[in-house]
Design a protein around this ligand. Structure first.
Ligand code: ADP
Length: 553
C-alpha cells in the first residue's frame, strides 16, 4: 500500500510539475512575444518618422542590430531598400501579408516560421505618407529553440524536482500508511486513526464477535462430540470421501493398535484388511454396509454408513462393535445345543431299546428286572441332566431373583456331610469336616449347590477307602472353603478345562458313575455370582483339593 501511495503521489507530482512547466513556458513565451511585437511596432514607427524626414538618406550608415532587418517598399511592392539583401535580387513584396495590411489599413504585422521551424520572424509594416511602406522584422526564437536552449537548467530543475517529489512522496506515503499499520485488529474499537476507517473497524469488530461466538460454539460441540465418543466402548472413525481419517475415538485407536497421529492419514495406513477395504468401497458408492471382522484376538462388527451432501458421498462413518463375547456366547450356545442333544440321545436310545425288547416280549422273565432298572437309571440320568441344564440356564441369566443373605458356610458343609453320607458310605469313602463358623453373604441354595457338587465329585472320583475332607476357615480378608480328596486326581493338562460344560477327563468313567459333565460349570457360575474365586490343586492318583475363596463380609 505504501508503494502504491508513493507511486501515485510521485506520478501526480511529476505530472503536475511537467504540465505546469509546459504551461509556464507557453505563457512566458507568449508574453515575451507580445512585448517584442510591441517594441517592434514602436521601432517601426520611429524608423518611419526617420524615413519620412530624411528619405533614403536615413538608411545611410544605419546600423541594424543583430536579428533586425529593415525593408522599404514602394506602392508596387518593389523593394527600395533592404538591410539584409541586395534589393535587385529581391522579389515583389506586394503579396506579403503585413505589406498588404499596411497598404490597406496603414499598419500591418505578421509572423512567419523559417523553413526549419527553428526560428520565427516578426514583421511590422507601416505606410508612409508618400504611400511607400517601411517594414521592420526581427528574428525570434521559437518555443522549441527556447526549450532547446534551456535544456541544461530545465534538466537540473527537473531532476531536483523529481528527487524532491520522490522524497516528499515517500515521507507522505509513510505518514498516510502509519496510522493504518498501527491499527490493533485484536481490539478494532480501541483505535484512533482515520474517521474513514471507522466503519471498516466496526465491521471487523462485529465479525470478530461473530467468529468468537461461532468458534466457541464449535469448540463446545467438538468437546461434546469428543466427550461422547471418548466414553464410547464402540470404536468410531469419521472418514472423508477419500478415506482420510478425520476423527477417531480412543476405542478405535485401541482396536486398530494405532495412535492419535493417524488423523489426517488414509485408513489404509493403519489397517490393510481387504474385507475392510471392500466394505469402504461399497460405502463410497453411497450404500450402508456391515460385516464381522476378526481383529487381533477379538471379533468386531463393522458398520459403515455414507455421509451424503448434495447427492454425493462427502464422507463415511465407521462404527465398530466388539462382538467377541457375543460370538463366543453364540459359539458356546451352538456347542451346548449339540452337546445336550448328544447327551440326551444316548440314554433315550437305551430306554427306547429296552422298552422295545420288553414290549415285544423278547426279554426273559428273569431279565425283566434288569431291563427295568436300566430304563430307570437312564431316565434318572436324563432327569439329572435336564435339572442341571435348567440350573445352569438360570445361573446364565444372572439369578437376579435369588435373595442374598448371611450364610454360615460351616453349617452348609455340615449339612452336605449329612446329605452325602449315604453315598460316601456306598463308595466306601470317609467323609470329614474341620474348620470354624464363617459367615458369607450369599444365596443359600447356590452355596449349598457349590459344596454339594464339589463334595459329590470328591466322593465320585475317589478310591476305595479314600477320604474326603471339607474345611471352612476365616482368613484375614476372606473365607475359604476347601474340599480335599484322596482320589484319582486330575491330570495337569485337564485342570484348566474341567469347568467347561460337558467336559470330562474320562468320559466313560463319568457316565458310569452318573456324571452329567455340568457339575463344575454350575459351581463356577455360582462362585462367580458370589464374587468368589475357585482354584484347583491336584496330583494324579494322589488327590484333589478345590479351594473356593469368598470375599469377607
Ligand atoms: P461330572 O458330572 O462328569 O462329574 P463335573 O463338571 O462335575 O462333571 O466334573 C467335570 C470333570 O472333572 C469330571 O468328569 C472329572 O473328570 C473331573 N473331576 C471333577 N472333580 C474331580 C475330583 N475331585 N477328582 C478327580 N476328577 C474330578
Amino acid at each position: 500500500m505504501t508503494k502504491r501511495i508513493f507511486r501515485s503521489i510521485s506520478l501526480v507530482a511529476i505530472s503536475i510539475f511537467l504540465a505546469s512547466g509546459m504551461l509556464f513556458m507557453g505563457v512566458l513565451y507568449h508574453y515575451f512575444s507580445d512585448v517584442q511585437r510591441k517594441q517592434l511596432q514602436m521601432q517601426t514607427q520611429l524608423a518611419a518618422q526617420g524615413v519620412e524626414n530624411e528619405g533614403i538618406t536615413y538608411f545611410d550608415g544605419l546600423e541594424v542590430g543583430k536579428g533586425f532587418r529593415i525593408t522599404w517598399i514602394n506602392q508596387k511592392g518593389t523593394v527600395l531598400y533592404d538591410s539584409a539583401e541586395d534589393t535587385s535580387k529581391m522579389e515583389n513584396h506586394l503579396e506579403r501579408e503585413e505589406i498588404k495590411e499596411a497598404l490597406q489599413m496603414g499598419k500591418g504585422d505578421s509572423a512567419r516560421y523559417s523553413s526549419t521551424l527553428m526560428e520565427r520572424s516578426l514583421y511590422c509594416a507601416t505606410e508612409l505618407e508618400d504611400g511607400t511602406v517601411l517594414r521592420l522584422s526581427i528574428a525570434q526564437h521559437t518555443i522549441f529553440t527556447l526549450v532547446l536552449g534551456m535544456v541544461q537548467p530545465i534538466c537540473i530543475i527537473f531532476v531536483l524536482a523529481i528527487v524532491l517529489s520522490l522524497f516528499l512522496a515517500s515521507r507522505l506515503s509513510k505518514k498516510i500508511v502509519k496510522p493504518l499499520n498501527e491499527i490493533n485488529l485484536d481490539q478494532p474499537m480501541n483505535n484512533e486513526g482515520y474517521d474513514e476507517v471507522a466503519p471498516l473497524l466496526r465491521r471487523i469488530d462485529a465479525q470478530q464477535c461473530q467468529i468468537r461466538k461461532q468458534s466457541h460454539e464449535l469448540f463446545q460441540k467438538t468437546k461434546e462430540f469428543e466427550t461422547v465418543t471418548n466414553g464410547m466402548t464402540e470404536g468410531i472413525v469419521l472418514l472423508n470421501a477419500h478415506q482420510t481419517i478425520l476423527s477417531i475415538n480412543p476405542a478405535a485407536i485401541r482396536l486398530f493398535e494405532t495412535d492419535a497421529s493417524c488423523r489426517g492419514k488414509n485408513i489404509l495406513s493403519i489397517n490393510r484388511n481387504l474385507d475392510l477395504q471392500s466394505l469402504l468401497a461399497k460405502t463410497e458408492e453411497g450404500k450402508h454396509a456391515e460385516m464381522i471382522l476378526e481383529l487381533g484376538s477379538g471379533t468386531y462388527q463393522f458398520d459403515a454408513s455414507p455421509v451424503m451432501s448434495d447427492g454425493n458421498v462427502s464422507g463415511m462413518i465407521l462404527l465398530m462393535f466388539d462382538v467377541t463375547e457375543k460370538e463366543r456366547a453364540e459359539q458356546m450356545r451352538r456347542e451346548f445345543t449339540a452337546n445336550v442333544s448328544h447327551e440326551l440321545k444316548t440314554p433315550l436310545h437305551t430306554i427306547s431299546g429296552c422298552a422295545e425288547l420288553l414290549s415285544n416280549g423278547l426279554v426273559k422273565e428273569e431279565d425283566i428286572a434288569k431291563f427295568s432298572t436300566q430304563i430307570y437309571t437312564e431316565a434318572q440320568r436324563m432327569i439329572r441332566l435336564i435339572e442341571d441344564i435348567i440350573r445352569l440356564s438360570h445361573l446364565d441369566e444372572g439369578a437376579a431373583d435369588m435373595k442374598r443373605e448371611k450364610v454360615d458356610l460351616y453349617a452348609v458343609a455340615e449339612k452336605t456331610i449329612d446329605l452325602l453320607g449315604k453315598e460316601a458310605k456306598k463308595a466306601q469313602v470317609e467323609l470329614g469336616i474341620e474348620g470354624e463358623h464363617a459367615i458369607v453373604c450369599g444365596i443359600p441354595h447356590l452355596l449349598q449347590s457349590i459344596v454339594t457338587n464339589l463334595c459329590d465329585n470328591a466322593i465320585k472320583y475317589n478310591k476305595k477307602n479314600g477320604t474326603v475332607k471339607l474345611s471352612v476357615w476365616n482368613q484375614e480378608d476372606c473365607v475359604q472353603l476347601l474340599v480335599s480328596d484322596t482320589g484319582i486326581g486330575i491330570p495337569k493338562e485337564h485342570q484348566e478345562r474341567i469347568f467347561e460344560r460337558f467336559y470330562r477327563v474320562d468320559k466313560s468313567h463319568s457316565k458310569e458313575i452318573g456324571g452329567t459333565g455340568l457339575g463344575l460349570s454350575i459351581v463356577k457360575h455360582a462362585v462367580r455370582l458370589h464374587n468368589a474365586t475357585i482354584d484347583v490343586e491336584s496330583m494324579e492318583n494322589e488327590g484333589t483339593t478345590i479351594i473356593v475363596t469368598f470375599p469377607k463380609m
